[in-house]
Each structure stands twice: as C-alpha cells, then as structure tokens.
Design a protein around this ligand. Sequence first.
Ligand code: NAD
Ligand code: UDP
Length: 335
Amino acid sequence: MTLTAQKPVALVAGGGGFVGSHLCDALLDRGMEVICLDDFSTGRRENIRPLANSPRFALIEASVTDLPPLALPRLDWVFNLASPASPRRYQQDPVRTVMINVLGTHHLLEVARKHQARFLQASTSEVYGDPEQHPQDENYLGHVNPMGPRACYDEGKRVAETLCADYMRAGSAQVRVARIFNTYGPRMCADDGRIVSNLISQALGNAPLTIYGDGTQTRSFCYVSDLVRGLVALMAHEGALPGPVNLGNPSEITILELADIVRKVTGSRSEVVLRPLPEDDPKRRRPSIDRARDLLGWAPVVPLRDGLAETAAWFSAQRLPGTRSGEGEVARAAE
Ligand code: NAD
Ligand code: UDP
C-alpha cells in the first residue's frame, strides 16, 4: 500500500464492479485517496485499470468474507458495494451470496468502527421484494419470500441493513444505508443477465430481444452517474439521518417499452421473443425519492434515452477477445 493518507481516505469494497468503479472515479475526482477492495468475482480488472497509476489509488485483492487486512491507513469513509448484483450472478451460489452480504457487512462495519469512519451500505430495492405498496418509500417494510430463489440476495441485504441499524443504535459507527434501484450504464457486464445488458447486447447483434413473461412488469432505471452522485452526497451528509434513503429514478416503464427504446437508440432490427417469467419476479418497482430530495437535494437528471444511447455506444465499442467487432460475442453472452 503506497497511499500517503495525507488526503481523506475512502475504502470501496466492490470497487472493481460496475457501480464501484464509477464511485472510485468520483472519489478520486474529489481529491480523496481510494482503496479498492475486490475479489473480482463479478467485477473486472479493466474497470479500474486506468486508475492503477494514480498515486492516490490502491487495490487490495481479497474477499470481504475473509478478515480484513490489518495494515490499512486511517480511513474516513467505508463504502460496502461488495456483492453480486444481478439475479443470474447472485443465484449461481446462493449460500455464498448470503455470506458475502452478512459476514462481509459485519467485517466492514468492524473496520469502520475501529477507524471511526463513516460507513455506507449499498442496499437495494430488493429489500421491498415484490412490493404491494407503490411507489415504494423507505417506511414500507417489504414483501419478500424468504424461501424463494431471490431470497439469498434480498434477505442477505435485509440482514446487512439490520447489522447497520444495530451498529448505529449502539453508537459504534456512523452509518448510511442507500437503497439502490435498477441502475445501468457503461461497464455493466454483457453477460450478467440483467435486462439492460441483455437488450443492448442482443440489439447490437440483431439477435432476438428476450422478454420474460409478457413484458408488462415495470422497473425504473437510473443512470450510473446520477446514482454515484447520490451515493457521494449521502456519505458526505453531515446531519442525522431518519433511516435508509432510496436512490433511483422515479420514471417507471414496462420492460416492453424499454425494449422499444433500446431498439430505437441502437437502430436494431431485432424482434421480441417471450420467455418464461422467473419465479418471484417483482411486478412493479418505482422509488419514492422524497427523502433523498429533502435531505440531499438529490434527483436524477439523465433521461433514459440519453443514458441508454451512452451505454449502447460503450457496449458497441467493446472488443472481446477473438472477435473483430465483439458484437456477436456480446449477443451470445446475453442468450
Ligand atoms: P457488480 O457485480 O458489478 O459489482 C460488485 C463488486 O463486488 C464486483 O466488483 C465484485 O467482484 C465484488 N465482490 C463480490 N463479492 C465480493 C467479495 N466476497 N469480496 C470482495 N468483493 C466482492 O455489481 P453492481 O451493479 O456494481 O452493484 C454494486 C452494489 O450495488 C452491490 O452491492 C449491489 O447489490 C448494489 N446494487 C446495485 C444495483 C444495480 O442496479 N446495479 C441495484 C441495487 C443494489
Ligand atoms: N428481464 C427480461 N429479459 C431479460 C432479462 C430480464 O424480460 O433478458 C426482465 C426480468 O424478468 C425483470 C426485469 O426484466 O422483470 C428486470 O430484470 P433485471 O434482472 O435487470 O433486474 P431485477 O429483476 O433484479 O430488477
């Protein structure tokens, strides 16, 4: 570790991932020193490669399920983003997903306690499950099936929130909980199985757009720069917080409408094909962001069409090994 700790220092667990790498960029832009802790189980080294030469950036390759390294410089902020995030990835090894979220959060809360650092937990709209209240505000307690295939993630994140609340009540750490709603943008993995990565990959390859169920289920999509601005504002907030804070874009659309926009921004000829709806797939999701607006003055600003065009341009520029254009590979990864 070569950091000088002359500037404020942030530890970003999961900093090699999609959101985490954009967060590392934003913290460095604020003049901070950044330690990224990642095991690259779902993240990618390419995401942080441009940061490797910065004297204010350090990488620790480790799992949050192991005891954290003792030799850390004084930390000011600890962000916990370490967890698989897409249903395909978090269901691959569900027991490990629970352990990453429970044990990993405990380890990082302990780090924050010892360093008297502020702690931010990347929680999720999945704590609301398949919601019966619409839109979802932070007081809604959720509707999660604890035995279902999504429970490893939903319940893992819920227990992580419980740990945060208990550390806060005990006065052991200053904790912020961000409940993040569907976020998209450059550096998403083409093969993570999420709707935006699948649709864009498929559209670019003129492959069929896979829609699960009848496509009338809704989501509300937030561009990654908006989310990262919210995460930093929440961490930087000095006053007391009334509880968790939703961060997401309240513009709600159906999955069929999303497919249509993706087709337009990519100029694709792809047709839609219907596939079975996965078990426990939430029917509607839309955040109430009143709390984030009131506390942080935060609201998303990037329109969906613009964000999707940026994301598609980034996917299209990817060149995967062994291919000339990469597009065929990207489309196959999404199948
Ligand atoms: P991602 O998979 O790209 O990033 C997660 C990062 O955590 C990866 O770099 C991965 O390698 C790392 N990681 C996983 N397990 C680890 C472990 N045991 N030890 C150390 N590192 C580990 O996913 P993302 O979309 O960037 O999500 C980041 C965080 O935000 C996650 O905690 C996720 O639950 C949360 N979140 C994301 C979204 C979204 O739409 N992207 C929505 C809600 C919540
Ligand atoms: N989905 C789809 N086709 C795909 C991938 C996902 O229709 O190729 C649907 C999925 O069933 C869900 C929505 O799109 O209703 C969002 O899925 P994603 O995995 O991106 O996120 P989450 O379900 O966690 O919100």
